[in-house]
Design a protein around this ligand. Structure first.
Ligand SMILES: *Cc1c(COP(=O)(O)O)cnc(C)c1O
Length: 481
């Protein structure tokens, strides 16, 4: 399998999986996508059903990932999958349990039983194993520099902690994460994890990361890399759980399901799109946003209008508070017939001069639902609080605010789809206790495995909002290793 850029031109060189694993963005600023999606026929789907039933999630992951990764020997890839997906890491043998809510038609796919209680662990755990494997093979090392408002940073740290060849520097806005999120990150004692509290907001942290990356000499000297959501390896890891969700919610190889995905960056649902394009029987892809409804607006109107940070609302499903959806370009690439020149025009000059991408009058947008199965909706604070309460009262199912956005939007489409409709759970309620308390009048139960962490000593360095100070710290720490 070779990979191309969404902004590439015919004849541009292609790349292998291992290269794009460590690369992030393509050199032309586009995102990497497979040259074509592997096609999964009925015989393969039946075989996958047996593999999941008899050998479990990690064996299924191995089968699916093998279609995208041909530069890691099969036995090694299986071992990588086993280390990433097992009961020790994800708490259950199923790894991703999938269950109906009451009598249906809604189901829940539990994606957040990993170490940091958010679905990002599903991708990060694999990424950590792939990094260690590839860095060892190349006998090199990596400095991961990231900025987080909560979920991504902790999930990256739990996936990369203890690795010999990776040093992590994670910037957080001082005093602005929830107590749970702070405890989760700052209780870590691994020497390869450095938490940094920046005197500023999340955007300041992100600007610092950009500034360090813009210093080409420094970047090369300290092998600076990233683990952000545009990384193809993260996306392909997520394709596996759509296959598992279909296998677990369907009764035979012919029965399709639909999925509903709470999304911000179009990361999670991009994997559903890929699974559908591969021939996994996913009927309708229901996209759910919160009040930051950039994506809902696109699927309703054909106009993609990223917002400024000032226009981005701080909501009670904070992990979906985004102003532009960084993975969206991958979908538009497919929608417009994989025309890299057109994508380059739309996402660079087009966005700059017009501030939006308007596809409302195109034949591609007119045929979108039929061809790609997407529909969308959005949810508000009142909706999520009501949904959390109703679901608890009717079925004793407790969901976090992001998953509640998904359930709310899914319920609106339940009558229109003739299949089971599986809502992808993106976090555990304990991470967002404040909104749960508002909905139910009491805080969610704290799972045993998180208790010790809340009282553990904190390890975090304070830093002014200053690039030179950050570079000095990185150089000092990296040189020690
Ligand atoms: C990251 C995150 C999301 C949004 O996922 P995308 O891949 O950006 O669409 C939703 N819910 C939770 C809890 C998250 O951490």
């Amino acid at each position: 399998m070779r990979y191309v850029s969404t902004r590439g031109l015919p004849g541009d060189p292609t790349a292998g999986f291992s290269d794009i694993l460590l690369a992030g963005l393509a050199p032309d600023g586009g995102l990497y996508v497979p040259e074509e999606y592997p096609q999964v026929d009925r015989a393969t789907r039946s075989q996958w059903r047996r593999v999941l039933a008899e050998q479990g999630y990690s064996a299924l992951a191995h089968q699916v990932l093998s279609l995208f990764i041909d530069d890691i020997p099969s036995d090694d890839l299986l071992e990588i999958c086993r280390r990433a997906y097992n009961k020790d890491v994800f708490g259950t043998d199923e790894v991703v349990p999938v269950e109906p809510i009451g009598d249906g038609p809604l189901w829940l796919a539990h994606l957040s039983n990993g170490p940091t209680a958010a679905f990002k662990d599903m991708a990060m755990q694999l990424l950590g194993q792939l990094f260690e494997y590839e860095l060892t093979r190349r006998d090199t090392w990596l400095t991961v520099l990231g900025a987080t408002s909560g979920d991504t940073g902790s999930s990256a740290e739990y996936a990369l902690r203890g690795l010999d060849r990776v040093q992590v520097f994670m910037l957080t806005p001082a005093g602005r994460m929830t107590p749970f999120q702070q405890a989760q990150m700052f209780s870590l004692t691994d020497p390869n994890i450095v938490n940094i509290a920046v005197d500023g907001v999340f955007d300041d942290c992100q600007d610092l990361v950009k500034a360090v990356n813009a210093d080409a000499e420094f970047k090369a000297r300290w092998h600076i890399g990233a683990v952000n959501s545009i990384n193809w390896a993260r996306l392909v890891a997520q394709v596996v759980y759509y296959v598992a969700a279909w296998l677990r919610a369907s009764s035979d190889d012919e029965q399709p399901i639909s999925v509903c995905v709470p999304t911000g960056n179009f990361g999670n649902i991009a994997a559903a799109h890929v699974a559908k394009q591969m021939g996994i029987p996913l009927d309708t892809l229901v996209l759910a946003t919160n009040e930051n409804n950039v994506l809902d607006e696109f699927f309703r109107t054909g106009v993609y209008r990223p917002r400024s940070s000032a226009e981005t609302l701080a909501t009670s499903s904070p992990s979906m508070d985004i102003s532009k959806a960084s993975n969206f370009e991958r979908f538009v690439f497919d929608l417009l017939g994989r025309d890299g020149a057109r994508i380059r025009q739309l996402f660079t000059t087009g966005l700059l001069t017009e501030g939006q991408i308007d596809l409302s009058q195109t034949a591609e947008f007119a045929g979108l639902r039929e061809r790609y199965g997407f529909v969308s909706g959005c949810s508000s604070h009142a909706d999520r609080v009501t949904t959390i309460r109703q679901l608890w009262e009717s079925d004793q199912v407790l969901v976090d605010p992001h998953t509640a956005d998904g359930v709310k939007v899914a319920a609106a489409y339940a009558d229109q789809v003739a299949t089971p409709l599986v809502v992808m759970e993106t976090a555990l309620p304990v991470k967002f206790a404040e909104t749960i308390t508002e909905a139910l009048g009491e805080a969610p139960e704290l799972p045993e495995r998180f208790r010790a962490m809340l009282d553990a000593p904190r390890h975090v360095l304070e830093l002014p909002n200053d690039v030179a100070a950050l570079q000095e710290l990185i150089a000092e720490r990296a040189a020690e290793r």
